[in-house]
Design a protein around this ligand. Structure first.
Ligand SMILES: [Zn+2]
Length: 338
């Protein structure tokens, strides 16, 4: 993990993208603040740069506002241990696994015996820079770091980022973490070879996703690419849920579902228009964020769902139209020149 002043050299003001320096703080709850060349100030809380815009409104499950309150010293940090014992599972992960990794994981609450690190679909790298957009406790960051990526994980949830730092230290990986907002990325232009994001942007309103994609384009190197998981409107399960909710609530007004579903056309238009040449491929059928490596954490019924999903995935490689019925897709874009 980089020292704070080294990490700051890789960051920029989320408002005006000017360089940042460390300075003392007059605030009672923090000894350091970060200041940009134009005087915008951001607190460092428990060693974590909190690079959020105070005025931005977004209340995703309350975490954004909790972080802002904690950053202002109006709400205490949660009482988690500063360091994890070898082999211990982080208490944050025990409690929050269901909300960060999906409902199929709920039975595992409090009973995990190890951190569920997934396999990341990226080639091995020799120090290529990777932004884990919406990293939370860092499952993908650790997976990428183990493949040789130089990772910065970011998330608006301060407690998720504190957990990510504890886990990185315990696991002996060198990934770095900050608190930030995908719509206002605190990095200079061309900072990353890869932007990776899983089960994050699918939760944001589409306008916020488009703002975030423009930022992804800005922070990618000219040869860079992004790999972003999204939810497809034409997925089997998505269609079923959509119709079920519409049946109950009528066809007027927003459906009030947590995940925003996109058509393949919408994804091509947004990602192609804002980042560059785009290809969509199947991630999974039926569920949005199951990882085959995690079968052991699930109930038998859920394990069967995962096996059916895997069979559909295999079939979709031979039956062309079947891909449109996938619920979760990876959108892969190469950055174009503007
Ligand atoms: Zn600034």
């Amino acid at each position: 993990m980089l020292e704070l002043d080294q990490l700051l050299q890789r960051l920029a003001c989320p408002r005006d993208k000017s360089p940042l320096t460390l300075t003392g703080s007059a605030l009672p709850h923090t000894t350091n603040e970060i200041v940009c060349q134009r005087g915008h100030r951001y607190p460092v809380v428990d060693g974590v740069p909190v690079l959020l815009l105070q005025e931005v409104e977004l209340d995703y499950r309350g975490t954004y506002h909790r972080t802002l309150k904690q950053a202002r010293g109006e709400e205490p940090l949660r009482d988690y241990p500063a360091k994890l014992a070898p082999g211990a599972v982080d208490p944050y992960v025990q409690v929050y696994l269901g909300s960060t990794c999906g409902r199929l994981y709920t039975p595992a609450h409090g009973k995990l015996e190890q951190h569920p690190f997934p396999e990341i679909e990226l080639p091995d790298a020799d120090g290529a820079t990777l932004l884990d957009l919406g990293s939370n406790w860092g499952r993908w960051s650790v997976a990428a770091a183990r493949k040789g990526y130089d990772v910065i994980g970011m998330d608006p949830d301060l407690e998720g980022i504190r957990a990510a730092r504890r886990i990185a230290v315990q696991q002996g990986v060198s990934s770095n973490y900050i608190v930030a907002d995908a719509r206002h990325l605190p990095f200079p232009e061309g900072a990353f070879d890869i932007v990776y994001s899983f089960s994050v942007l699918q939760h944001l309103p589409k306008e916020h996703v488009r703002q975030s994609l423009a930022e992804v384009h800005r922070v990618l190197k000219p040869s860079g690419r992004s790999l972003i998981q999204m939810a497809s409107l034409t997925g089997v399960r998505s269609l079923y849920n959509y119709l079920r909710i519409r049946w109950k609530r009528g066809f007027k007004g927003p459906a009030q579902i947590d995940v925003r579903h996109w058509t393949w056309r919408e994804l091509h238009d947004a990602f192609g228009g804002l980042i560059g040449p785009t290809r969509i491929r199947v991630d999974s059928f039926l569920s949005l964020n199951i990882q085959p490596a995690d079968l052991e954490f699930m109930l038998p019924w859920h394990q069967r769902v995962v096996r059916v999903a895997q069979a559909l995935e295999a079939l979709s490689r031979r039956v062309p139209g079947l891909k449109y019925l996938a619920d979760s897709v990876f959108v892969e874009s190469s950055r174009d020149e503007r």
